[in-house]
Ligand binder design. Structure first.
Ligand SMILES: Nc1ncnc2c1ncn2[C@@H]1O[C@H](COP(=O)(O)OP(=O)(O)OP(=O)(O)O)[C@@H](O)[C@H]1O
Ligand SMILES: [Mg+2]
Length: 649
């Protein structure tokens, strides 16, 4: 029996509901709004889709996994699509999530506009949390935070109370059981049972994460190779502990707010992940399975940086959560991505990308869901032994959703009216990233990079502070750099990567990029610092008031800034700098910075470095080691030859 209730109070998106039975925190419920005529017809602000298309006919049949003993009973699932009749005079129900329970009162947050809703409206509780549907066919999709397939929407906007299927329940897939797997074998959650080809991807079909009995399950049946629907049973297992039987299909569900832990071990990250940005990979690298964040004031380049990373990063799967950002930017991504080629594989970038979009014009409540849904999808691919990269822009919008929720609950507010537990919520989320050893011994990873938009660029505000505690890499975009068009505006002195303190990562970097690589990078940071100090002295004492060495120091740091730290995301060549090229340019530029030139006056010094910078920049814009590159390098060498001084080193 489902718990039922009635709406007793409405405070914007939050409702109080008197319930007649048990309800759990984060449980999903549906609020009936009456017929769609009463509901006021389409609600343009509640959703967005990129292209026209038909609602899946299979919506009604959507049942998710048919594990019978694991608590994922399919008949309990009022899956997306059960309200697909909205707009045809039928009952409109809106999805909501329980955010607090006090006695027989449940506080629920509606993922939709509550316009027209009245006290007394009936509510039905689903007995499970908000779940992601995981199975073949997720790749390349564009979802909203509730995993509605935005490309499959009728017309341009989602109607209120309209939910559709995350996967195509009619599609057939070529299933091949895992070689060597036989009836009688013991399996555990996350073990690979077989696979289906999904484009380039060998999509693993796993023992569902919900089958989490530590003693495992005996495989009692496995389907022969063949063509199956995602809901067909492909394996049967018996619990070792209590002999209960479960049937496994190719699709499983997982509550988005709960971390997937179907792995053996989560060690510290051991290698770095290339992003193609010199200011990251060379200067402050992020680990594969690591975490990082990009705080930056309005217009400082957060979105451009994240889009660049999503295009260039050395990951198998990219999950991009557009969270509360401008709709036009998101639409841009939708339009741009399908066209772009993946420089690593030659395939289309979209083939490895999933977009979760909750734009600023969608209901705030659904934003929170979007980051969790994105993380869950990342964890699902990690369990397949892949490198998933999760990007969220912007996590501040997510925090704002938390703040609204907490304020409506009239909870005791923390700093700036954010909830008291903001820091814990953010930490728990970042902690879901990581590299893992899977039950079968393979590795997989989720790397997470979020942006934060601190109001007025104030890095002391609560979301930035809380994120700083949770994330290991800090890429602070500075207003000053953005104003002087020094992109990416990552501040070289404020930013850091804590992975440079990990022995494993240092060993990895030195092994791959040169025995003293990390020491050299450290030296370059010191050089930037000295340049900054010299600049301050010059500003105070005047060009003539300081020794010439000050000018030299300042210009060396400028040279390094212009050639290594700055990078034009809109130049087809400079946008993406592979590691081999980064190492080459770093060593080349450092070689120049280690020279003594012996200038006569500060003007000569300034002019000389400007000429060097111009030629070196042209090298960045030219194909690596191509004719243009060589030509500009020759020009640099010629300039260097004007000062045949012995190098310092
Ligand atoms: N790496 C870059 N190379 C060249 N131009 C850049 C780069 N980064 C940012 N820009 C310029 O800065 C503009 C603003 O960037 P972006 O939209 O990414 O800022 P944002 O921090 O996301 O802003 P908001 O806070 O409004 O979301 C871009 O339109 C572009 O002109
Ligand atoms: Mg932005």
């Amino acid at each position: 029996m489902k718990t039922k209730g009635k709406v007793t109070g409405i405070i914007s998106n939050m409702l109080t509901v008197a319930v007649d039975g048990p309800v759990a925190q984060n449980e999903i419920c549906y609020i009936s709004l009456g017929s769609d005529a009463a509901a006021g017809g389409p609600m343009p602000e509640t959703g967005m889709a990129v292209q026209g298309g038909k609602m899946s006919e299979a919506s009604m049949a959507a049942t998710g996994s048919n594990i019978s003993e694991s608590g994922a009973a399919s008949e309990k699932d009022k899956t997306y699509g059960s309200n697909a009749t909205a707009g045809s005079g039928k009952v409109v129900s809106m999805m909501a999530e329980v955010i607090k329970v006090v006695g027989t009162t449940a506080y629920v947050q509606v993922f939709d506009s509550t316009r027209g809703l009245q006290v007394g409206a009936p509510v039905e509780f689903e007995g499970h949390m908000l779940e992601a549907t995981l199975g073949p066919g997720i790749m390349t999709r564009i979802y909203d935070g509730l995993q509605n397939d935005l490309a499959a929407m009728e017309g341009v906007f989602l109607r209120r109370g309209e939910y559709n299927d995350p996967l195509d329940y009619d599609s057939h897939w070529d299933f091949t059981p895992m070689a060597g797997l036989k009836v009688g074998d013991t399996v555990v959650a996350g073990d690979w049972l077989g696979s289906v080809p999904e484009g380039w991807l060998d999509h693993k079909i796993m023992v569902p994460f919900k089958l989490s009995e530590p003693q495992g399950y005996r495989l009692s049946w496995i389907a022969p190779a063949g063509n199956y629907k995602i809901t067909d049973t492909i394996a049967k297992v018996t619990s070792v502990a209590d002999e209960t039987q479960s049937e496994i299909s190719m699709v499983q569900k997982w509550p988005v707010k709960v971390a997937v832990t179907a792995y053996k071990e989560k060690p510290r990250p051991q290698r770095t992940m290339e992003t193609g940005f010199r200011a990251i990979d060379t200067f402050n690298p992020i680990a594969e399975g690591g975490t990082g964040f990009v705080p930056g004031p309005f217009g400082a380049g957060k979105t451009v940086l994240q889009h660049g990373i999503s295009k260039q990063a050395n990951a198998d799967v990219i999950i991009f959560a557009a969270c509360g950002e401008r709709a036009n930017e998101v639409v841009e991504t939708f339009v741009e991505f399908p066209e772009l080629d993946d420089p690593r594989t030659g395939r289309k970038l979209m083939e490895r990308t999933i977009i979760i979009a909750n734009t600023s014009n969608m209901p705030v409540a659904a934003r929170e869901a979007s980051v969790y849904t994105a993380m869950t999808i990342g964890e699902y691919y990690r369990a397949m032994g892949l490198k998933a990269l999760l990007l969220a822009d912007s996590t501040s919008r997510w925090a704002q959703a938390l703040r609204e929720m907490s304020n409506r609950l009239e909870e005791l507010p923390g700093q700036d009216a954010f909830p008291m537990d903001l820091s814990a919520v953010i930490s728990n989320f970042y902690a879901r990233a990581g590299m893992v050893y899977l039950p079968g011994g393979q590795t997989g990873s989720v790397t997470f990079i979020g942006t934060v938009s601190p109001a007025g660029g104030n890095l002391k505000e609560p979301v930035t502070e809380a994120t700083k505690k949770a994330a290991k890499c800090f890429y602070a975009l500075s207003q000053g750099r953005a104003d002087s068009k020094r992109y990416p505006a990552i501040d070289p002195l404020e930013s850091y990567s804590k992975y440079l303190e990990y022995d494993e990562i240092v060993a990895y970097l030195n092994q791959h990029y040169g025995a003293d690589w990390t020491a050299r990078v450290q030296a370059s940071k010191a050089m930037i610092q000295r340049g900054k100090e010299a600049y301050e002295q010059i500003n105070i004492l005047g060009d003539d008031g300081v020794p010439i060495e000050y000018h030299d120091r300042y210009w060396k740091s400028e040279l390094f800034d212009f050639i290594i730290l700055q990078q034009d995301s809109f130049d087809p060549t400079d946008a993406n700098c592979p590691m081999e090229r980064q190492v080459y340019m770093f060593e080349y530029v450092m070689g120049i910075c280690e020279r003594e030139f012996g200038f006569e006056g500060f003007e000569a010094c300034q002019n000389y470095y400007k000429r060097l910078i111009n030629e070196l920049r042209q090298m960045n814009y030219s194909a690596f080691n191509g004719p243009g590159f060589q030509e500009h390098k020759a020009a640099v060498e010629q300039i260097l030859a004007e000062h045949p001084m012995s190098s310092r080193a």
